[in-house]
Design a protein around this ligand. Structure first.
Ligand code: UDX
Length: 507
């Protein structure tokens, strides 16, 4: 691996000539990348096959929820630096560097990644590339994909006629680079304008030079640049997401153990976090990870490792996935146990549909998965989310939705917090207590101040946190719905006392 001080001669100062950029695919990644590159001063033309998306973006409207992005979109449309089109001919003519940002979702028939959008985009673009340029893949792909795309470009791009893409030493033809993206939803603008690293998978100094020119304003901030081959660049992304998923599942596995001995996973996580070798990031226990990246990326990584004959190396990721899914069941068990084992016809108020706060994304959302599980048991489920309701309605039509808590809290038998929106953390337990039938809250994200809720008369339960009851060490004696079993009559009484603590009735 080489780093930023390699290929010094290829480095382009921020003051050098600016390449014209295109972005192919205006989904979450592409729209953010296009807007942010224009914000950094580049001329950007973005393309999508979806006409309605292009119309909305051209009119200054972001088709999804992302803080700060709409303002930046409108500001950069106004400068004329940012434009949108549905014409691949136009972008092929316009661009010096083409960023490919199309989605690579999980295949419907297995764990592998669906590369059909990526292949379609390359096959449509390549025959139009009649002059030297750099094609840059940003999509998350299985290791080995970029090498295949480089061969496709070499075969189909007219600018490469007669040239061997592997030995082109300047941008005499069309070259490929791989530049994985690490942006987080909810922080996409900041992560794109100020990334913590840039990874350039390249096959020549010329490709590296073109990429450095395309990221010159970012590199000028002192952001580290890792220059490497295609396969390593592809792996950086899947390895990073696998590591993050592993950290989350590790602490959630600790929560399972905590539940068995009535210990406190939050205190455990805090104590671990002070060890600088471990750190506190991505060590928040709760209902686990979801979204459009972590779950599908760890599955695609396993599928690719199997294909490569090294499946055994990533076998642990199956366990990481299983721990993550068990958390969803665990929350359902906790709600059921707190309601005396019966969920049928209980009125449950679910707080959160998005896979995390500051997002309207419900892909593989733990919140929506738990809402679904609760509804399948026969519970009467109402889901509240400040922004994800339209997407949630489409993904899970069988439950009731609202954008505000007060409108739907009446007669709730339990409140279940599944996405840690600030609005939910700021709820007033005394006021909510006057609306619900039973003051029972399950805080599956550890977002609330449990003492404050208890003081307001609520039964406060959170996975991995003590219930005040030492459970039986014998698994067979555990109750059906996962609350720790009492050790004897005293323990049982203590648990029942907590579950049946004074409950509010609608005044
Ligand atoms: C992730 C990666 O962070 C990002 O680098 C990559 O480019 C895309 O995938 P994102 O999907 O936006 O980003 O969400 P992230 O903030 O990573 O959270 C993923 C999930 O893990 C969420 O459901 C979140 O609630 C959960 N999570 C996160 C935890 O349960 N505990 C934690 O400590 C952190």
């Amino acid at each position: 691996m080489s780093t930023s001080d390699s290929h010094e001669d290829a480095a382009a100062p921020d003051s050098g000539p600016r390449p014209r950029l295109t972005v192919i695919g205006t989904g979450y990644l592409g729209a953010t990348h296009a807007v942010c590159m224009a914000e950094l001063g580049f001329e950007v033309l973005a393309v999508d096959v979806d006409h309605s998306k292009i119309e909305r973006l051209s009119a200054g409207e972001i088709p999804f929820f992302e803080p700060d992005l709409a303002d930046l979109l409108r500001a950069n449309l106004a400068t004329g630096r940012l434009r949108f089109t549905t014409s691949f001919e136009e972008i092929a003519e316009f661009g010096d560097v083409h960023f490919v940002c199309v989605g690579t979702p999980q295949r419907p028939d297995g764990y592998g990644a669906d590369l059909s959008h990526l292949n379609a985009a390359i096959e449509r673009l390549a025959p139009l590339l009649t002059r030297p340029c750099l094609v840059v893949g940003k999509s998350t792909v299985p290791a080995g994909t970029a090498a295949g795309i480089a061969r496709t470009l070499a075969r189909l791009a007219p600018a490469n006629a007669g040239a061997d893409a592997d030995i082109v030493s300047d941008l005499a033809g069309v070259q490929l680079a791989w530049n994985p993206e690490f942006l987080r939803e909810g922080f996409a603008v900041a992560d794109t304008l100020h990334p913590d690293r840039l990874v350039f998978g390249v096959a020549s100094p010329a490709a590296e030079g073109a990429l450095r020119a395309a990221f010159a304003p970012v590199i000028a901030q002192g952001v580290p640049v890792i220059v490497t081959d295609y396969a390593t660049a592809e792996l950086v992304k899947t390895a990073a997401n696998s590591f993050l998923a592993t950290k989350i599942s590790f602490i959630n596995a600790m929560a399972e153990v905590c539940e068995a001995v009535d210990a406190d996973v939050l205190t455990l996580a805090e104590a671990l976090s002070h060890d600088v070798r471990i750190g506190g990031n991505f060590l928040r226990p709760g209902v686990g990870f979801g979204g459009g990246c972590l779950p599908k990326d760890i599955r695609a990584f396993q599928a690719r490792a199997d294909e490569l004959g090294v499946g055994v190396a990533l076998r642990f990721l199956r366990e990481i996935d299983e721990i993550n899914n068990r958390r969803r069941d665990r929350v359902v068990d906790l709600v059921a146990a707190a309601l005396d084992g019966t969920l049928a016809r209980r009125r449950l108020l679910v707080l959160g549909a998005a896979f995390k706060p500051n997002s309207d994304d419900v892909r593989d959302s733990p919140a929506l998965a738990v809402a679904d599980l609760l509804a399948r048991t026969g519970a009467d489920v109402t889901v509240v989310d400040p922004v994800a309701t339209p997407n949630a309605r489409r993904a899970l039509p069988g439950v009731t939705y609202s954008e505000t808590v007060e409108d739907v809290a009446a007669d709730a038998d339990a409140v279940v917090l599944l996405t840690e929106w600030r609005q939910f953390a700021e709820l007033d337990p005394a006021r909510l207590g006057q609306l619900v039938r039973r003051k029972l809250i399950i805080d599956a994200r550890h977002a609330l101040d449990g003492d404050r809720w208890r003081q307001a008369g609520w039964v406060y339960l959170a996975p991995g946190r003590p219930t005040g009851v030492i459970p039986s060490p014998v698994p067979e004696q555990r109750p059906r719905f996962g609350l720790p079993a009492a050790t004897g009559p005293d323990g049982a009484a203590a648990r029942d006392a907590e579950i049946d603590a004074p409950v509010g009735r609608r005044s």
